[in-house]
Design a protein. Sequence first.
Length: 82
Amino acid sequence: MQTFIDRYIEQGRQRGLEQGIEQGIEQGRHQGEAAVLLRQIERKFGPPMESVRQRVQDADTETLLRWSERILTADSLDAVLQ
């Protein structure tokens, strides 16, 4: 028979596992968005400098989305990343 404490501990473990999975999914999605943008940059403007790569990888999701839209019409990398 499970005691109250055992059930409470198990619920905590389950919540921690669910949060870890959600964070992993979000991190994977973010890395994928950054990878696609870096590929688009390379195809349109040539291989990006390491500082650009780092900037893209460090950007939040909203910024990556904005840059991914800008690259469609931008004439320069600076115009994308402004």
